[in-house]
Design a protein around this ligand. Sequence first.
Ligand SMILES: [Zn+2]
Ligand SMILES: [Zn+2]
Length: 343
Amino acid sequence: MKASMRQAVMVRPGRIEIREVARPEPKEGEILLNIKRIGVCGSDIHVWHGKHPFTKYPVVQGHEFSGMVESVGSDVKDVNVGSLATARPQRVCGGCGPCRRGDYHICENLKVEGFQAPGCAQDYFLTTTDRFIPLPSNLTVEQGAMVEPFAVGAHSTTRAGEIKGKNVVVFGAGMIGNVVAQFCKARGAGRVMITDINEYRLKVAQQCGLEYISNAEQEKLADAAKRIFGADGFQIAFEAAGAASALAAGIREIEKGGTFVVLGVFSSPPTVDMAVVGEHEINLAGSLMYQHRDYLEAARLLADGAFVTAPLVTRHFKLEYYEDAYRFIDENPRDVMKVMIDF
Ligand SMILES: [Zn+2]
Ligand SMILES: [Zn+2]
């Protein structure tokens, strides 16, 4: 009889079932990971609500994770069985324009595991050598599962050009805004201000060493910028809240010649004064996910102690209670950063 394992299947919006399925075996070019932790992310919750446009059911979720290498395909070298690892969840075509240019993270046929391809919400999960990320031995399983969001921070901050010495505003103090702001500090930014309308998230930001916070409901951006940056203003901004008002105010207030990186998800198309973008010569840059090098950089900086991670984890749930984890996030939308699934 073949060995079995547990798998968390979202059979329809709002319902996750734990099933016993056959345990996979690694073939050539594949690595089998024994999953230890999975982080639940905002886009997972969209799927839970049936509001993710490109995900069909049933779906196995899970794309932020860490695990131990269990076994490898016969041709796989230089991968240590028993070591901690993670993997990029991006399946790409290799043949489209962006792929041929090396921008595979914006592949025309991108399939993200946990959404358009099966994710890792199971005891054992196969990845491929080209997406495998070995983790430094001093990372915890928890931090290993956070390499994914930190890779978003790594990538989006490279989209802003030179950050060193420049003042930065990050709109949105959720998980992504927080890691983007921490990355800006790691890259030598001047002052980094983070804004939100949620006091809990602003408090977590402070616990993570982000000392310059502003509640956007209580303070206008122009006033907050003056309070924190004085006459210097800010030269770089990141929209990580998906808030049209933040985007509009940010475009208005950023210094001429500044760079604005957009990585939030907007529920409807935001309105931006493009005349200001033109006249102020503002650089607008989009940012999506990450590349392999971003994962590696995120893992290295996490291992170097460049980031504060403990305040980011709100709660843990065991695999058997996967559904409760989603429900908890649903019921506490204002008081959650990262929820972890423990194996
Ligand atoms: Zn995610
Ligand atoms: Zn492609």
